[in-house]
Write a protein that binds this ligand. Sequence first.
Ligand code: SF4
Length: 401
Amino acid sequence: MFERRRTRQIYVRDVAVGGGAPISVQSMTTTKTADVEGTLAQIYALAAAGADIVRCTCNEEEAAEGLAQIIPRSPVPIVADIHFQYRLALAAIEAGVDALRLNPGNIRKPDQIKAVAHEAKDRGLPIRIGVNAGSLDPDIAKRHGGATPEALVASAQRELAYFDEVGFEDVKISVKSSNVPVMIDAYRLLSETVDFPLHLGVTEAGPLPNGLIKSTVGIGTLLAEGIGDTIRFSLTADPVEEARAGRQLLETLGLRERKGLDLIACPSCGRAEVDVIKVANDAQAALADRNIPLQVAVMGCVVNGPGEAREADLGIAAGRGKGHLFVKGKVVRVVPEAEMVDALLREAELIMAEGIEARLAAADEGAEAEAERARDELLQIQGTDVNHASEKIEKIREIAE
Ligand code: SF4
C-alpha cells in the first residue's frame, strides 16, 4: 500500500534489511550480558513476541565473553551495542556478533572508528551508525545550534566518511531523538541524502502509554511515507512490549503479515447491551495467548454490531441477554450472554481448524432470523435515536431562537 523507498540491502545474519526486504522488528535486552542464561531467556521471549533482531549491550569485557556463549544459542541475530570503547567493538566481533551498533557521538577518534570498520569489513559484518540526539558529537551540535535534524544527519555523514576511507559500506543508519518532530525531519532528510537502509526509532520514548504514542507517531509517520527498513520501540517497559508493539505497528500498516490476533471492539454507546470493555478485555485475554491470526470483533449491540464489523473474520454482538456470534457479518449462532467469550474462543479454534467457509456452512438454522428479531426488539425499545440526539438538537434550536 505504501511505496517503499529503495535502499541498498544488508544482511544481519540471515535477516535482510533494506532493498525491499520485509521491515524487521528489533528490541534490546535489559539483562547484564554477562548473565548468559538470563539474557538468552529474554532473547527467546523477544523472538516469540515478534523480534527479528535483538541487541545486547557490550559494555564490559564480561559482556563480550557472555556474547561468545549467547550467540551460538540465539534463535535470532545479535547486535552488540557499543559506546565509548572501540576495543569492546573488536571484542564483540571476536565473540561472533552478527552486527555492531556504534555511537558516533562517543567514539570519535578516526583511527579507532576505522579500525572497527576495517575489522567488520574483513569479517563481513554490518554496522549500524546509531546517532542519538542526547549524545551528539559536541562540535557538530555547536555548529548546528543543537541537536537539530541537520546536526543528526551531519553526524551520520561524518561517520560514513571514515568508513569510506577503509572501503566499508555494509551500513544501516539511525538518527534518533526523543523529540518526535525532530526525529521525523531527521529521517526525512537522511533518506534524501543516502541510500543506506534506515533503522527507525524514537529514543528514550518513556513508559506506557506515552512511550507507545511517541514511538507509534514517529515510526508510523515515516513508514507511511515509505521510509524505514527496520524499527525499534524504545520503551521504559519489559522489552517484550517493545517487540509486540513493533510487530503490531507493522501489521496494522499492512507491512507484515498478521501473525497474531487483531481484536477490534466498538467504543460502546447508549445502545450497548453489555459491558463492552469487560467483554473485550476477557476476549483479548482468552484469545491472545493462542496466536490465532484472525480479526475478531466485540460489539456492544446486535443492532449495528454484525453489520459494522462485517469485515472481521469472527465477532460477537450483545442483545438482550444473548450473544450473537457472527462470521464475516453473518450471525451463525446465538448463545447465552454468560457464554459469549467461551463461544468466541471455540468458534475461533473451529475457524482455524476448518476454515471460514466451512463455519459459515455450519451456521445454526434460524440464528440469523433470531438476530433479526432481537434487532427489531431493541429498536422498538431504544428507538432509532438511542442517544436522543434529535431531542437535543430540538432543544438547541429552541435555545438559539
Ligand atoms: S451502536 Fe452498538 S455496536 Fe455501535 S457503538 Fe453502540 S453498542 Fe457498539
